[in-house]
Design a protein around this ligand. Structure first.
Ligand SMILES: *[C@@H]1O[C@H](CO)[C@@H](O)[C@H](O)[C@H]1NC(C)=O
Ligand SMILES: *[C@@H]1O[C@H](CO)[C@@H](O)[C@H](O)[C@H]1NC(C)=O
Length: 320
């Protein structure tokens, strides 16, 4: 039963099954990369059976099916590149790593990678809640532990009289000439400065070239990931009872704004669920979903119970 886990349209799924039965005789709930992304063996594409080449077309199209629902074009392009990288890594029995990726790319890539056989993927950003992560991909037999591909720097100085923001640190670091994708999260440490996640190759470079942040002279030292000092995000949680689990109902309760304001924000593309822009107010939410609104922060959907009257009692967790 190939491809049943993919949720592909029936036509494609049946084509995939037929193809798998006739050419691979292999029972596997996942599509392997060989079947999705590779050029097909000459013996197969050269077959005279007219049905076969159509099937090959359909299977090539599966990459796009897998990416259905991935929001933005730039995200899709990045996710495709990561899939291609995973295919190479798996076939060559290597482990390959991306640079630091944005949260939507990390999320979409991991979701797609999970569906593939013969590929293991690990996302890490240096600490548990890291937003910017690097993804390592490889054959499950090769990628057996978390690769050591993230380093941390402590950037210290006297920020007591000149507090610096995330943007100040980011600007100063990029000002040394390193590119954004070599840089992970920046964790502010108040008057002391900040801790910075970065690719290990650039630790020495940053230590010697980052001299100032804003007007404050700084010094950098390498620190082990275990000394990262991140605060679990401050949250406030409360309950609401709603007739539906639609995003307009839950987000207007969570952010304490009117439904009509929320609908405007949705149509302007300012509301995201799990970092993908919401297209309609009828989108329904489930436990664990993160709703973010530009300029207003984030909301996580907690436990959901059904009341005796058939409504939903929902725990909402607001990040402050
Ligand atoms: C840095 O110092 C200069 C001159 O003392 C001042 O004009 C400027 O506003 C300061 N910049 C910051 C970010 O504090
Ligand atoms: C859901 O039900 C459990 C068990 O009765 C209760 O502890 C919890 O507070 C409820 N959560 C919500 C959001 O109503």
């Amino acid at each position: 039963m190939a491809a049943t886990s993919l949720g592909t349209p029936w036509g494609l799924r049946r084509a995939a099954q037929a193809f798998a039965r006739s050419h691979f005789l292999r029972s596997n709930a996942k599509l392997s990369f060989r079947r999705i992304l590779c050029s097909f063996p000459v013996a197969v594409t050269g077959s005279s059976a007219s049905g076969v080449s159509q099937t090959v077309q359909a299977l090539k199209g599966d990459v796009d099916v897998l990416l259905n629902g991935v929001g933005e074009k730039s995200t899709i392009k990045e996710v495709k590149n990561i899939l291609e990288m995973a295919r190479r890594a798996s076939l060559r029995r290597e482990v390959l790593h991306t640079n630091f990726l944005t949260p939507p790319v990390v999320k979409e890539s991991m979701q797609v990678l999970e569906k593939l056989a013969d590929v293991k993927a690990i996302a890490q950003g240096g600490y548990p809640q890291a937003e910017r992560c690097r993804i390592s991909v490889g054959h499950p037999e090769e990628l057996t532990s978390d690769p050591d591909i993230i380093a941390a720097l402590s950037v210290t100085g006297n920020f007591q009289f000149e507090p610096c923001s995330h943007g100040d640190f980011l600007g100063a670091i990029l000002g040394t000439g390193i590119s954004r994708e070599k840089l992970g999260d920046i964790i502010l440490q108040g008057e002391q400065g900040a801790q910075v996640l970065v690719v290990p190759e650039l630790v020495d470079f940053l230590m010697s070239s980052l001299g100032k942040v804003g007007n404050v002279s700084v010094s950098c030292s390498k620190i082990p990931l275990i000394s990262l000092d991140y605060e679990p995000p401050r949250t406030k949680s409360f309950k609401t009872v709603e007739a539906s689990l639609r995003v307009d109902a839950l987000a207007s309760a969570g952010f304490k704004i009117s439904r009509s304001k929320l609908v405007d924000l949705i149509s302007n593309g300012n509301v995201r669920v799990n970092w993908t822009p919401v297209k309609t107010k009828g989108t329904t939410l489930k436990t664990g979903d993160i709703v973010s609104i530009s300029g207003m922060g984030r909301l996580k959907i907690g436990e959901i119970n059904t009341t005796r009257k058939g409504k939903s009692a929902v725990e909402l967790i607001r990040y402050l």
